[in-house]
Ligand binder design. Structure first.
Ligand code: GLP
Length: 234
């Protein structure tokens, strides 16, 4: 893993953007994208740039079950608001959290990822070390699946919803095996509440108890952290 310590998410977004530019120049065609607060500055850099994405595909990590794309808390909405409206892509894919047959939707998503291998995967990290919505305990060989969200994830996400009962309890998440199949990965984390997860991811045992620890076994991972998130590293 290559670790970049930055002073804030703005600087981190610029580091990630430079890595993206390198990968696009080297021929990357499919980006794996993430939601959450961590990549927002990165998306701002993209939007402010003159990069053209009309030949690039994106495949997002996850989506809540039960939220329509019009719901401003859906990840579909997030991606349009922060990136796709300003930067049209050739094609953009997210899991369909409204699919009647969720199992069939997981299969559709896996075949999509097989058809379009991910050149560069963007990740945030949950406080418990989850990546995408692969919560602790998820096997490393998991494919796209319907996930029951961990209680602390539900609580962390509750800040975005008006009423506690509106917070989704389930999500569709790309599996860890798909994340690991990406040729290169950028993970961004900011803030003290990520410090334990970042420490475990880099120095801890490789274990499904901390899903992000699997990244220790990936050949090309860039970790971008601020001082608070890196505070337990040395
Ligand atoms: C959610 C998302 C993850 C994201 C995590 C951290 O659980 N499913 O993909 O990495 O939140 O979000 P944030 O970047 O807002 O801290």
């Amino acid at each position: 893993m290559k670790i970049f310590k930055v002073s804030n998410s703005l600087e981190g977004g610029k580091v990630a953007f430079d890595l993206l530019k390198e990968k696009l120049a080297a021929g990357a065609q499919t980006l794996g994208l993430a939601t959450g607060s961590s990549p927002i500055e990165f998306y701002k850099q993209i939007v402010a740039s003159d990069l053209d994405f009309s030949d690039i595909r994106s495949i997002n990590l996850d989506e809540y079950v039960g939220l329509s794309p019009e719901n401003d808390q859906s990840y579909d909405y997030f991606m349009r608001q922060h990136l796709f409206n300003a930067k049209p892509f050739k094609e953009t894919f997210l899991p369909n959290g409204l699919a009647e047959d969720l199992e069939a939707e997981t299969k559709r998503y896996d075949s999509l990822i097989e058809t379009y291998p991910i050149d560069l995967q963007i990740l945030g990290i949950g406080r418990n070390g989850h990546i995408g919505f692969n919560e602790p305990g998820t096997p490393f060989d998991a494919k796209t699946q319907v996930v029951d969200l961990a209680e602390n994830t539900i609580q962390a996400n509750a800040r975005f919803f008006e009423r506690a009962e509106d917070v989704p309890r389930q999500a569709l998440s790309m599996g860890i095996s798909a994340i690991m199949s990406a040729k290169a990965i950028i993970l961004m984390a900011y803030g003290a509440e990520k410090a334990d997860a970042i420490y475990g991811m880099i120095h801890g045992e490789v274990t499904p108890d901390l899903p992000a620890s699997v990244l220790q076994t990936h050949p090309e991972v860039y970790v971008i952290v601020d001082e608070a998130a890196a505070s337990k590293l040395d």
